[in-house]
Design a protein. Structure first.
Length: 58
């Protein structure tokens, strides 16, 4: 059985991660390496369902 992980992030954190992945992909293309793994992660990140979560402050 596969383990599922849930990652909760803000919109700003999501943008930073996506931009970092795109930068990493561009670097791999520049150096002539395969980008399959990065492509899969980018697709998963962009297709991920966005769920609003209310956080209680203590």
């Amino acid at each position: 059985m596969k383990k599922k992980y849930h990652l909760y992030m803000t919109a700003d954190e999501r943008k930073v991660i996506l931009n970092s992945l795109i930068d990493m992909k561009n670097e791999l293309i520049r150096t002539g390496h395969y980008t399959d793994a990065i492509d899969e992660i980018i697709i998963k990140l962009t297709k991920a369902r966005i769920k609003k979560v209310r956080i209680k402050e203590v």
